[in-house]
Design a protein around this ligand. Structure first.
Ligand code: SF4
Length: 259
């Protein structure tokens, strides 16, 4: 990108870029044809509405939070996650927790957000409970955690309950170690044991149900007092637990700042 950044105003340089050349420049990012078209279109709009890349940067940093987010979302090719990343990382706004596919999955599996929450609802829960200054690290740490432990198809706890550092705080919504099944939390029943029973087509206390009941009993017995207390205190307690496990420090919703 140096060739564009060194050519004066970045917005003008990108707005006038040759699309194929730009696509080649960003090829390592994937979806480069689509992204090159979006970059040229958005750069043209930035130049037209804000005068320059610098003018747009000032707007992102200084204008009212809601106005900036609306303006970003109004740009074709910019979705909520991208808008929130711009607000957080380029705009330096505290209290913004971008929700990508990893974040959306993890916090519904943990039971912190409702199982059927969409991206915006998960974002609202996290921005309510995670300290403003920890949202950026929370976002990147969650993505890493999703890749290394709580992946979409093969969460670490599926075969080994001890393999995940969050296991003692997690409701494993949509994850069924007894059957090896993983579904989106929105498709999970309220009670995992009920689902296992239905899927096995058995009535009464099937082997799977008995195994789950035994696991739950064992897990409860092993919970240390502090973890048990976190869980008893409900979702806000869980957020405190997540914050602690990710090394994010004390959770204080009142520290949240938008500006
Ligand atoms: S215990 Fe399983 S479902 Fe819960 S966070 Fe860990 S890997 Fe994900």
């Amino acid at each position: 990108m140096a060739r564009y950044e060194g050519a004066g105003d970045l917005a003008s340089a990108l707005a006038e870029a040759d699309r194929e050349e730009l696509a080649e420049t960003i090829a390592s990012a994937g979806l480069y044809n689509q992204k090159s078209e979006t970059l040229i279109r958005v750069a043209g709009r930035v130049r037209e509405e804000y005068g320059s890349a610098e003018g747009f940067d000032d707007f992102v940093r200084e204008a009212e939070y809601g106005a900036v987010r609306d303006a970003l979302l109004d740009m074709k090719g910019v979705g909520p996650k991208t808008a929130d990343c711009v607000l957080l990382f380029a705009g330096g706004r505290g209290g913004v927790f971008p929700v990508d596919t990893h974040v959306h999955r993890i916090y519904r599996r943990l039971g912190i957000a409702p199982p059927d929450a969409d991206h915006e609802e998960v974002r609202a829960v996290l921005e309510r409970d995670v300290p403003a200054e920890k949202c950026g690290f929370g976002h990147t740490a969650s993505i890493q955690f999703g890749r290394e432990y709580c992946s979409a198809r093969n969460p670490a706890c599926l075969e080994d309950p001890e393999a995940c550092p969050m296991a003692d705080l997690c409701e494993q919504v949509g994850v069924y170690p007894a059957t090896g099944e993983v579904v989106d939390p929105a498709e999970a029943s309220a009670d995992g044991s009920e689902r296992a029973e239905l899927e096995l087509g058995r009535s009464g206390e099937s082997e799977a149900v008995a195994a789950i009941a035994e696991d739950v009993h064992d897990a409860s017995a092993e919970l240390d007092a502090e973890s048990a207390d976190l869980i008893r205190r409900g979702s806000n307690g869980q957020v405190h637990g997540v914050v602690s496990v990710f090394g994010l420090g004390e959770c204080d919703a009142h520290a949240r700042r938008r500006e």
